[in-house]
Design a protein around this ligand. Structure first.
Ligand code: FAD
Length: 688
């Protein structure tokens, strides 16, 4: 065996599913020294998760890949609810919009996970040298606890084992349809015994493959799926329901007389169970059927007999549920059966050095199309925080907010899924006296309520050192040792200055025009995910003397030598590398030019000249209407300032999060930070 090599890396990611790839994308965009490994020899090519909720699309758009998903995906516009009538025959009982109209500039779409992984891989390659190292898996993990508080240290030691191609391609059962072999998802399914241990054992047998290396890392991300090796190494558990459901999934091009096959449908039959229909890209349709429920025996969940589940069994279930309509297929793209419980990790991190994300810390049914979404949103929350800490821009305590923000979401998800799965899978009540049956009114109400949650837009992070909620006296949970009262001393959060923005929720988007060239942009498009904080100055009408006076005072503050913009921007870095100042005014566009605004709002570079992409106006566009952002966000004539963190969540107290690395920082600078970074709704009149 050759000598074992040793190396250092700032961030090591285990697992290249949606959660791992989202993390790697942040690392690439923020220029962090990172590696990502996966035990599989290839990415996935079809099947598995497929739903993309509107918040996920906003996020993908901020990473520059949303348009690819939007274009390729099937768009989901309406849901049809089918229930048995008084004769027990299924009938369409309702139509509801698939995404609540107006909550986002996107609506739900479906595209299989393999395509989303492709978009990430391309984005990572475009921004960095990071590549997924396939056929590589960790075999040991040590954390040197004496070093975990040392920012410069590499307290994590991981041994990585390189597998042979054969080992990295686990044997997979397949199905033959019309003479064509169809890949199934069983080899990834948790119906099968996890193959991590087998792969490790196998690799020992191959001299060539038995190569190892030692990696010292500052941070380790376990995005290694429901069987997470990383979670097991940390001795952390998933807690939750003792019931495991088995789902059959069939991706087919259906041949059917069912009229709503191109709509998302929830069909409850009188006595044969339920099916969820998801119309997909390329004429595909996905059928989800809950096949069985297995009860836990002792400490081990009993495993369903997968040999009894095959495409024919799933199809026959669908045929029974959808009768008298007929459904069959000639083309089968993918199928699987997988077993899941509704569980959440007891902890999402060890020492804020090792983090778990995605299926590694929450599992639930596929019903609400949440798996891939919530997994990606975990690392979307974590990535910029780790990048800020690694770059020395933020204190390590910032990392505690990952668990405090994401574990709550996972718990809400599990509670929602718990309720929804039972309502979905139960038998419809025959009448009001049928206590064992499910009331279809209750199902519809839960469906509608679940919509907002499922969209991802409803995420409302609690008070923390990153989220300064007005009027809250709650202590921060999960070990954050700063009380909201402390945070409030430092910020003046006043949502009444922009009622359309809720502290802790992602900033809504409305159209504004670029002052220099009149091009309309959605506000969120101005906030790409590149690790920068944004200070959005809503200056009001700068033709008004009072507003102009305030703007000039603010410009003096921002431009001062000891202002936070200079203090926190590293020497030699571009003026907007850490904080980007954007200005949105509401004077008539043609009554002013960018030169009517102080220079700090249109910075200048000797080589590139004026920056034309910092000043925007709330005015009508030629071709895309009028965004009316002041009215939509409830911003008064006196204007306000909104602080937005790098993941588009507004109204945060930056002064808490940012490392005061510069000892020379003066009291006056601190007061600048407090007054200018104060709030989502800071009245501009107090800025001077
Ligand atoms: P995963 O996508 O599971 O990615 C984990 C990655 O880590 C994998 O690439 C794996 O190879 C790698 N890995 C694991 N262990 C190691 C190790 N020790 N070393 C190195 N690498 C490792 N969701 C839906 O919404 N609808 C569906 O129909 C649906 N079907 C599914 C079918 C199957 C068979 C499975 C397994 C999942 C399905 N899901 C579905 C769930 C959905 O795919 C997940 O919620 C989502 O992929 C979670 O993303 P993730 O990145 O956390 O984990």
């Amino acid at each position: 065996m050759s000598a074992i090599s040793e190396s250092n890396v700032d961030v090591l990611i285990v697992g290249s599913g949606p959660a791992g790839l989202m993390m790697a994308t942040w690392m690439a965009k923020c220029g962090i020294n990172a590696r990502i490994v996966d035990k599989r020899g290839t990415k996935i090519f079809n099947g598995q998760a497929d739903g993309l909720q509107c918040r996920t699309l906003e996020i993908l758009d901020s990473l520059g890949i949303g348009h690819r998903a939007w274009r390729e995906a099937n768009h989901m516009l309406e849901i049809c609810l089918w229930n048995p009538d008084e004769n027990g025959v299924i009938r369409r009982s309702d139509r509801i919009p698939d995404t609540i109209p107006g909550i986002s500039r996107f609506h739900q779409v479906v595209l299989h996970q393999g395509r989303i992984e492709r978009f990430f891989l391309d984005a990572i390659a475009e921004a960095s040298d990071i590549r997924v190292e396939r056929g590589v898996m960790p075999s040991s993990l040590k954390i040197d606890e004496s070093l975990v508080e040392d920012d410069a240290a590499y307290p994590i030691t991981v041994t990585l084992r390189h597998l042979t191609e054969e080992e990295a391609t686990p044997s997979q059962s397949s199905t033959s349809v019309n003479g064509q072999t169809v890949q199934d998802g069983l080899f990834r399914s948790n119906l099968a015994k996890d193959d991590t241990q087998d792969l490790l054992e196998l690799s020992k047998l191959h001299g060539k493959a038995n190569s190892e290396e030692i990696v010292h890392a500052k941070y380790l991300i376990g995005a290694d799926g429901a069987h997470s090796w990383t979670r097991n190494q940390l001795g952390l558990k998933l807690e939750g329901d003792s019931t495991d459901y088995v789902w059959g999934v069939l991706d087919i091009v259906p041949i059917t007389d069912f009229p709503d096959i191109r709509m998302r449908c929830a069909i409850h039959s009188a006595n044969n169970g339920s099916v969820m229909i998801i119309p997909r890209e390329n004429k595909l349709v996905r059928l989800y059927i809950q096949l069985t429920t297995t009860e836990k025996t002792g400490d081990t969940a009993s495993r369903a007999d997968r040999s009894k589940i095959n495409p024919q069994v799933i199809l026959e279930s669908a045929q029974r549920i959808m009768a008298p309509y007929k459904i069959t297929y000639r083309k089968l793209d993918w199928w699987t059966a997988y077993q899941i419980g509704q569980r959440v990790g007891t902890s999402f991190s060890a020492h804020e050095r090792v983090f778990l994300a995605g299926d590694a810390v929450h599992t639930h049914s596929p019903k609400a199309g949440q798996g891939m979404n919530v997994s990606m949103q975990d690392t979307f929350n974590l990535g910029w925080k780790i990048a800020s800490v690694v770059k020395g821009h933020a204190k390590r305590s910032l990392l505690k907010t990952y668990e405090s923000e994401r574990r709550g979401i996972a718990q809400e998800l599990i509670a929602f899924d718990h309720k929804f799965s039972r309502l979905f899978s139960g038998r419809p009540a025959k009448d009001v006296m049928d206590a064992e049956g499910i009331s279809m009114e209750e199902f519809k109400a839960a469906f509608l309520k679940g919509h907002m949650f499922a969209s991802g837009i409803a995420v409302n992070y609690g008070a923390s050192l990153l989220v300064a909620k007005a009027g809250s006296n709650e202590e921060l949970g999960n070990g954050i040792d700063v009380s909201v009262a402390d945070a409030r001393d430092k910020v003046i959060s006043d949502e009444s200055l922009c009622r359309g923005i809720t502290v802790g929720m992602r900033i809504p988007s409305h159209k504004v025009l670029n002052q220099a060239d009149a091009r309309p942009w959605h506000l969120q498009e101005l906030l790409p995910s590149n690790g920068r904080w944004r200070i959005i100055v809503f200056s009001g009408n700068i033709n008004d003397n009072e507003q102009r006076g305030k703007l000039e005072r603010l410009a003096r503050d921002f431009g001062a030598q000891d202002a936070f913009l200079r203090l926190y921007t590293p020497d030699g870095a571009k003026y907007d590398e850490v904080f980007e100042v954007l200005l949105i005014h509401n004077a008539p566009r043609t009554s002013v030019s960018i030169f009517d605004f102080p220079e700090v709002f249109r910075p200048h570079d000797e080589v590139d000249g004026w920056d034309y992409n910092k000043i925007y106006v709330d005015d009508a566009s030629y071709h895309e209407g009028f965004g009316n952002i002041y009215e939509a966000l409830g911003i008064p004539h006196s204007g306000c300032i909104v602080i937005v963190r790098p993941d588009q969540y507004p109204n945060t107290d930056v002064s808490q999060a940012f490392e005061m690395t510069k000892n020379e920082m003066t009291k006056s600078a601190a007061s600048h930070i407090q007054s200018t970074q104060a709030k989502g709704g800071k009245d501009m009149s107090s800025s001077g």
